[in-house]
Design a protein around this ligand. Structure first.
Ligand code: 6YU
Length: 497
């Protein structure tokens, strides 16, 4: 098939790249990507800390197994380590909770005994699993995941832990606060009070134990880009407005207006901008504006911030087999995931660290995780301020007043003008219909106007793999396939010449 229709893709993240790859391979002759920044990859972004490769954005392949297209491509390009390729690794089904070896430290500088913590962790994970069932049942008892966890945990604590001494019970409640902060990072939400309980179970996991890219996630982007024509992407070309429903009888139905005043006519545009950007700019990005039902879904879906703070040390203060470090504040027995005074105590939102492995490759590097408004505030501080606060925090939790980071580096996703946060989650009152609305092309069904003028891809448009790289990639393929089917239907219905 050779198709002459002109397709413009807005955004050169994984979804835009995937859409372009599929269209070009299907014979579309006029595909162009307009990218606001000077690089491809969007939220897949690799950097260095000293000599170490680190990920500023996406970290893992979630569920690396046959059904995951990111895993299949990474394997094809030879980007993974042998461990990740084994059938055993692919078969591990951990439902999004990798069985990492933990270390727990408390705010009084004690290393906590993991056995004392497990009952709290176990209860929390069971409740999270319960919480994800309302998607199929309906009639959820609470609007948000946070309220559900708190009310159920209060009941269980009163019943199951009634004979336990007050200090242990209090510590376990503090652990639950810590686990809520972990979930804020996983979901990319300010608080679990903002994550809708009814739609929480929409997210689906794939089998496979999460793995990383030893040479960096951007290797995937580079390999995909190398298969596309080199002039396909125009960088530093932000799109200001997509004019659709062109009533002036011009040849093309869409006109894309760029920040530099350049105007590009097209038959179809695939918009892949992040939901955070869409929330902020939808009123100027589309003319005419988005239909109301689509707009309401843009507003209802959540898009928060999850940032990383990398910290390098000369020597480790954690166990040799430790994979994750949890910092438990002993004054947080309220099962809350928000700090009362963001400016003074933003650092309390950091749940802890994942350990970069193996140490032979990375040395002693930790990745700290912090979500929410506290994380957004952190972005406004200088590198020195963040380093100072981080140093104080680690000295306090280890009880070692001399431990000093060698280097610190953090991400800034909220203030990235083309992302405006990290990734999406189902907000309160959300349902599967919101994700359906997100992916619905314009004009909507039933219209007599030229169909498929504006199509929507990007992680926030996937019905169950939102917030992931594989989800985003699949949406790019989905929208390309929509156009491919459209043109195959036209070519088969045309009478032979
Ligand atoms: C994953 C992971 N991961 C950590 C952090 C982040 C993300 N994700 P893009 O934004 O890439 O592209 C859009 C482009 O558009 C971009 O280049 C812009 O510059 C451009 N643009 C914008 N406006 C424009 C304009 N006007 N004109 C022109 N161009 C414009 N995913 O699989 N594994 O470990 C993580 C993580 C800190 C920030 C992640 C992870 C998310 C992915 O990075 C993300 O989905 C995709 O890269 C998005 O691609 P895209 O093409 O859609 O947009 C149980 C349960 C709960 C549910 N959630 C659990 C899932 C866990 C998710 N975890 C993520 C965790 C981490 C750590």
């Amino acid at each position: 098939m050779s198709v002459n229709a002109k397709v413009v893709i807005v955004g050169c993240g994984i979804s835009g790249i995937a859409a372009a790859q599929r269209l070009v391979n299907a014979g579309f002759q006029h595909v162009q990507i307009l990218e606001a920044t000077a690089r491809s990859g969007g939220r897949v972004k690799t950097d260095t800390l000293g000599d170490n490769i680190i990920e500023i954005g996406a970290n893992w392949i979630h569920g690396p197994s046959e059904e995951n297209p990111v895993f299949c491509l990474a394997r094809q390009y030879g980007l993974l380590e042998p461990d990740a390729l084994t059938p055993e690794n692919q078969a591990m089904d951990v439902e999004g909770h990798p069985p990492w070896v933990p270390n727990f430290f408390s705010s009084s500088g004690r290393k906590l005994n993991a056995e004392d913590i497990y009952p709290a962790q176990e209860m929390f994970l069971e409740l999270m699993s319960e919480g994800s069932k309302f998607e199929s049942q309906g009639g959820e008892p609470w609007a948000c995941v946070g309220d559900f966890i708190r009310s159920e945990a209060e009941q269980q604590v009163a019943e199951k832990w009634k004979d336990i001494d007050a200090a242990t019970r209090c510590l376990r409640l503090c652990v639950i606060s810590n686990m809520l902060k972990v979930e804020c990072c996983v979901n990319g939400a300010h608080s679990m009070d903002e994550v809708g309980l009814g739609a929480y179970g929409l997210y689906k996991t794939l089998p496979g134990l999460d793995c990383t890219f030893p040479g960096g996630y951007e290797g995937l982007i580079k390999n995909l880009m190398s298969e596309l024509p080199s002039d396909l992407v125009t960088y530093n070309r932000p799109v200001r407005c997509v004019h659709w429903n062109n009533t002036e009888k011009e040849e093309n139905s869409v006109m894309i207006e760029c920040d530099d005043e350049k105007k590009i006519a097209a038959d179809h545009v695939i918009v892949t901008v992040p939901l955070g950007y869409l929330k902020k700019h939808h009123s100027t990005l589309f003319s005419p504006p988005l239909p109301l039902h689509k707009l309401h879904s843009v507003e209802r879906l959540g898009f928060g911030t999850n940032n990383k703070i990398y910290v390098e040390f000369d020597s480790p203060w954690w166990d040799a087999d430790c994979e994750v470090i949890y910092l438990v504040w002993e004054d947080e027995d309220g099962m809350l995931d928000q700090v009362p005074d963001v400016q003074r105590s933003w650092i309390k939102k950091l749940f802890g660290f994942t350990v970069l492995k193996p140490s032979e490759r990375y040395g002693h590097v930790l990745c700290g995780w912090i979500a929410g408004h506290e994380s957004e505030y952190m972005e406004t501080l200088s590198e020195q301020e963040v380093t100072h606060t981080m140093t104080q925090l680690i000295r306090r939790f280890t009880g070692n007043p001399t431990v000093t980071p060698r280097r610190v580096l953090h991400s800034q996703w909220f203030h990235d003008p083309w992302t405006c946060g990290s990734y999406s989650y189902p907000g309160k009152g959300c349902s599967a219909q919101d994700l359906e609305n997100m992916m619905e092309p314009l004009p909507t069904k039933g219209s007599l106007l030229q169909p498929l003028q504006v199509l929507f891809a990007g992680e926030a448009t996937h019905p169950c793999y939102y917030s992931t790289v594989h989800g985003a990639l699949l949406t790019g393929w989905r929208e390309a396939d929509r156009l491919i089917s459209h043109y195959s239907a036209i070519s088969t219905s045309e009478p032979p010449k």
